[in-house]
Write a protein that binds this ligand. Structure first.
Ligand code: IPD
Ligand code: CA
Ligand code: CA
Length: 258
């Protein structure tokens, strides 16, 4: 069941990737979902390609796609982010991915994250490990925050909601080797799985942002919880803390200190 879906998901991610690679420096029109929350025609075209492909191959699966919402119903559901990193994409910055997860209830069974500009295809299946192209992935070995490179992102309502991650950022940047902000949550998670980052946290993410990456980090030997340490992440939206496991408690302590 998962093997067939993995084949289709990787094939569709590559097709959507080709579409985004061709389109990324040709964005002519940008629309707004919120004050700083952008959408381009490529978010929609990529989503259309992915949803159509999944519906054709697996007509009984439900699909939760970022722009379209929920299509169908049932225990087996795909979570699709057709373009994670829209702000980068709209500004001609080549850091964006496609993220596809397939879950049974709240358990992701497979995840595919494709970075078309570097031709890096990350995938994970439950109990099958996490992979970057043909290479098995393992989280990093860093044991302290002091030797860790972190990543984060900021919520689109950061101007109006005071719970906007700036306090966490200020504390963690002073206690780590640095905090990057890639602008693509799914890629942040894939980078934790591949050991490039030691830890990543963000607030108010949706299942299409983290569905694939959560499985990838776990299959690479890491740990994923909410930033308060709670294990239930299927609430929408949720905070996410993903680390190599070794620095998890240290990060929770800093994230929850005043
Ligand atoms: C966003 C990106 C960004 C993160 C936001 C996400 P989008 O997704 O992943 O890095 O900080 O929270 O919503 O809108 O580009 O798909
Ligand atoms: Ca996203
Ligand atoms: Ca998106």
């Amino acid at each position: 069941m998962t093997e067939d879906r993995l084949t289709i998901a990787t094939d569709l991610a590559r097709q959507a990737g080709a579409l985004l690679r061709e389109g990324y420096d040709q964005v002519t029109e940008v629309n707004y979902k919120g004050e700083i929350d952008l959408i381009t025609e490529f978010d929609l075209r990529s989503e259309q390609l992915l949803v159509k492909g999944i519906q054709q191959a697996f007509p009984n699966d439900a699909i939760m796609a970022e722009e379209k919402g929920l299509v169908g119903e049932g225990e087996h559901c795909w979570f699709i982010d057709p373009l994670d990193g829209t702000t980068n994409f709209a500004h001609g910055i080549p850091i964006f991915v496609i993220s596809l997860a397939f879950a049974q209830g709240s358990q992701p069974l497979l995840g595919v994250i494709y970075d078309p500009m570097r031709d890096e295809l990350f995938h994970a299946t439950i109990d099958g490990g996490a992979w970057l192209n043909d290479r098995r992935l393992h989280v990093s070995a860093a044991t302290t925050l002091n030797e860790s490179l972190l990543s984060t992102g900021f919520p689109y309502d950061m101007r109006t909601n005071p719970d906007n991650n700036l306090d966490h950022f200020a504390r963690l940047i002073l206690q780590s080797r640095g905090v990057r902000r890639l602008g693509a949550a799914a890629l942040d998670l894939a980078y934790v799985a591949s050991g490039r980052f030691d830890g990543y946290w963000e607030m108010r993410l949706w299942p299409w942002d983290w569905g694939a990456g959560l499985l990838m980090v776990k299959e690479a030997g890491g740990l994923v919880t909410r930033i308060d340490g709670g294990e239930e992440v299927f609430a929408e939206p949720t905070s996410i803390l993903a680390t190599n496991g070794h620095i998890h408690d240290e990060m929770i302590a800093v994230l929850n200190s005043k």
